[in-house]
Design a protein around this ligand. Structure first.
Ligand SMILES: NC(=O)c1ccc[n+]([C@@H]2O[C@H](COP(=O)([O-])OP(=O)(O)OC[C@H]3O[C@@H](n4cnc5c(N)ncnc54)[C@H](OP(=O)(O)O)[C@@H]3O)[C@@H](O)[C@H]2O)c1
Length: 445
């Protein structure tokens, strides 16, 4: 564990080194978001002017609707930056070549705006340092929650608080699927197909469903809200693929619904050598109380809730994806630079090597068994061995004895202890399918 200062800015860095006149903007990536950004910039021109578009298929993407005929269309980063630029917008996605292009722009003292969560989650602090030492800016509002200006709100509106926890619905695809299952009772596979048909889910939805997309956004939130830099791969993720419509019925009996929740809290100081705080974080399906803000987020919306030591809980919600909402966040970052706004002041980051997900919470566990007498007694004995108390046993009638589902809710216990007990339970021969366990989060969720 160590500390890294990433943002000490000199006054002349506030404008990203820009001298006057409209801010000259180079746009890399003419896809869903890039096209929307070009449209918004096309209507501005006083503050910011699009001077070049960089795309691997620039030759066939040239847009006739741009008012300025002098915009350069190219597939070469050198040519794109050759005419002079104040801001480079990176919207190609992925790590390579996005990160090297960002470094190339910063090395030429050109400020960068990006929506790229993967690059910022993996290399954000080093890129911020590079921007600082080169007298320019790096902004990435659109990398978390698309069109919801949550990073700016945390950095400026909540700068006076000490934030201790952040939780959010950060993946619109998962939220769309789960709310379809909740409201229409459709199964996971059908809900996923619908999401793909509507353009909410990628052809390969692994990063969304498995939690990788939300994990990168959570890593950025942990930096900005909690001042902790953690290895992205160290944040534990659980897929939502094992959730069924039946889980929503049981969850409702417990006063809850189910959402993919990304959460991070400052961890106990004694977990780290040197006594600095650590990070507890995870991404996965969880039961959230029906009256919690996260339960009311539907479809492809995003919501982020932060808890401050002094200010309590604050939530930010809205459209987490889509070309136009995301373009608003991107162009707002550009205008901040164009209008001379200072870069946000961020706390010195605490760097942690490991992330704990040993959240102490009540748990929901669904079993599907070949029924016979003695099953509950066998399970209760294992839970008792791990000092885990059973809160309730729920069983919907009408299922066949050779595949009978039921749910046990457990009193609060550390996640590690619950999973150890479930590993022991997995040895019983009555399971028809592996047990499905989810934490039951409090109302802040
Ligand atoms: N879409 C959203 O709702 C949303 C929301 C928040 C953040 N973001 C982030 O915004 C970024 C862009 O997303 P998007 O949805 O606009 O992606 P997209 O539609 O796939 O657009 C990416 C564009 O970049 C081009 N490109 C890709 N790799 C390239 C390379 N190596 N060299 C040159 N051009 C390249 C693509 O060309 P081809 O046409 O040849 O593929 C395409 O035109 C990503 O980082 C994404 O995570 C997106």
């Amino acid at each position: 564990m160590m500390e890294a200062a990433v943002t000490q800015h000199e006054p002349d860095q506030a404008r990203g080194g820009r001298k006057g006149g409209p801010c000259r903007v180079v746009l890399a990536g003419f896809g869903t978001v890039g096209r929307s950004v070009a449209r918004v910039l096309d209507g501005l021109r006083d503050d910011a002017r699009l001077v070049a578009v960089l795309d691997r298929r620039a030759a066939i993407k040239r847009a006739g609707w741009l008012h300025d005929p002098d915009v350069v269309w190219t597939d070469s980063i050198d040519e794109a930056l050759a005419g002079g630029a104040d801001v480079f917008i990176e919207l190609i996605g992925g790590i390579d070549p996005a990160e090297s292009w960002i470094r190339e722009a910063l090395s030429r003292r050109v400020s960068v705006v990006t929506a790229n969560k993967q690059v910022i989650a993996h290399a954000g602090p080093s890129l911020l340092s590079m921007a600082t030492s080169n007298g320019c800016q790096l902004r990435f509002e659109a990398s978390v929650a698309g069109g919801v200006p949550v990073l700016r709100a945390i950095e400026s509106g909540l700068a006076g608080d000490r934030l201790v926890r952040v939780a959010g619905i950060l993946n619109g695809t998962c939220n769309y699927i789960l709310t379809r299952m909740e409201r229409e009772g459709v199964d996971f596979a059908s809900a996923l197909k619908e999401a793909q048909a509507l353009g909410f889910a990628e052809a390969d939805p692994t990063m969304d469903i498995g939690g990788g997309d939300a994990r990168a956004k959570l890593a950025i939130l942990a930096m900005i809200a909690l001042g902790v830099q953690a290895p992205v791969g160290g944040i534990h993720t659980e897929s939502i693929a094992s959730v069924t419509p039946l889980d929503f019925q049981y969850a409702r009996r417990l006063g809850c619904t189910i959402r993919q929740v990304a959460w991070a809290s400052r961890g106990p100081a004694d977990a780290n050598p040197g006594g600095a705080e650590g990070l507890e974080a995870g991404v996965g399906p969880a039961l959230v109380p029906l009256d919690a803000p996260l339960a009311r987020v539907s479809g492809s919306e995003n919501l982020v809730t932060v808890r401050g030591q002094f200010g309590g809980e604050t939530s930010f919600g809205g459209r987490g994806a889509g070309g136009d909402p995301t373009a608003v966040a991107v162009v707002s970052d550009v205008l901040g630079i164009a209008r001379g706004a200072r870069p946000p002041l961020r706390p010195t980051l605490t760097i942690v090597d490991e992330v704990s997900d040993d959240l102490a919470a009540p748990f929901y566990v669904r079993f599907t068994v070949r029924d016979r007498p003695g099953i509950i007694a066998a399970l209760a004995t294992v839970f008792a061995d791990y000092a885990i108390n059973i809160d309730a046993i729920l069983q919907e009638p009408g299922f066949p004895a050779d595949a009978r589902p039921f749910v046990i809710s457990l009193d609060a216990a550390p996640a590690g202890t619950v999973h150890a007990a479930l590993e022991k339970v997995a040895g019983f021969d009555f399971h028809v399918a592996p047990p499905v366990a989810m934490p039951i989060l409090g109302t802040m969720a």
